[in-house]
Design a protein around this ligand. Structure first.
Ligand SMILES: [Fe+2]
Length: 278
């Protein structure tokens, strides 16, 4: 029963803020601390995660990403998908993201696809996405793993318009595994895969999943939270930090940067996320 398998460790109401929108030019910065074994050599390092740009209505927020990256100097910058909704913005969105991060040369940049990036069969092919991301200095991982600056990243495809194909056998037991899964439902399914492939809990690799997609609901009702999340588990993974009790897999779900459908956020601010390794 999936509802009892997960515990929400941080919700929207008790998230920890590392910076206010006033100090970053528009985005809140939410910080999550992650304790890791000393042999991972991650203590003191930081990872910046942002998702759901939906370029076309959130241009100014990319300037905020630049400010945040300059201010916090992350070792890794991870983009969780949904670059733009429209083909006419494809090149402009890449230009905007590339320009925003062109001066951030000390950080490794990694991205995975969102549902809007994979929206139609006649949409741009994966090879073009990979090439465009490479042009702006990103490793684009779609059902692919890459060891980058001490973390094994695995980017999963989107379940609606693509085919997520996790590779548990590629996971590292000696390093942190960071699974980028735009839709948190895919991350939840990944936890089931971990359970199945590694029945012995002592042999399970340490995994952190980074997800977006829900926009935190985009419009939240005080006292209730998200009405719509666009995932098969509805409110279960609407926002925050989650722990899968049996595998120890952790998941962070961000409210993202931009908006879809309605250019409006209510009681649900746009944000970037910092993972501070301890
Ligand atoms: Fe989105």
């Amino acid at each position: 029963m999936i509802f009892t398998e997960w515990k929400r460790v941080k919700a929207y109401g008790n998230r920890k803020l590392a910076a206010s929108p006033a100090s970053t030019g528009g985005l809140k910065v939410v910080e999550y601390e992650l304790k890791t074994p000393s042999e991972f050599h991650l203590a003191g390092k930081r990872l910046l995660f942002f998702s759901d740009i939906h370029w076309g209505n959130s241009e100014s927020k990319l300037a905020s990403i630049t400010e945040i990256a300059q201010k916090f100097n992350p070792e890794w910058i991870v983009f969780g998908g949904d670059l733009t909704n429209y083909a006419c913005f494809f090149d402009k969105a890449f230009d905007a993201l590339g320009n925003a991060l062109s001066g951030i040369t000390g950080s490794a940049k990694i991205a995975a696809p969102g549902n809007w990036d994979r929206r139609r069969k006649c949409w741009f092919p994966n090879s073009l996405w990979t090439a465009k991301f490479a042009e702006i200095g990103f490793h684009y991982l779609i059902n692919e793993s890459s060891f980058i600056n001490g973390i094994l990243f695995q980017g999963l495809d989107d379940p609606r318009n693509g085919h997520p194909a996790p590779s548990p056998n590629e996971l590292s037991h000696d390093h942190l595994n960071c699974v980028i899964s735009h839709n948190p439902a895919t991350a939840a399914d990944f936890a089931k895969t971990l359970e199945r492939i590694f029945p012995n809990e002592n042999e399970r690799p340490r995994c952190l999943c980074l997800s977006g997609h829900t926009h935190g609901g985009q419009i939240r009702i005080p006292g209730f939270g998200a009405l719509l999340t666009s995932t098969k588990y509805w409110k279960l993974f609407e926002y925050g930090r989650y722990l899968h009790k049996s595998t120890g897999l952790e998941m962070i779900v961000t409210s993202g940067v931009g908006t879809t459908r309605v250019p409006l956020r209510l009681f649900c601010e746009p944000e970037a996320v910092f993972v501070s390794f301890q």
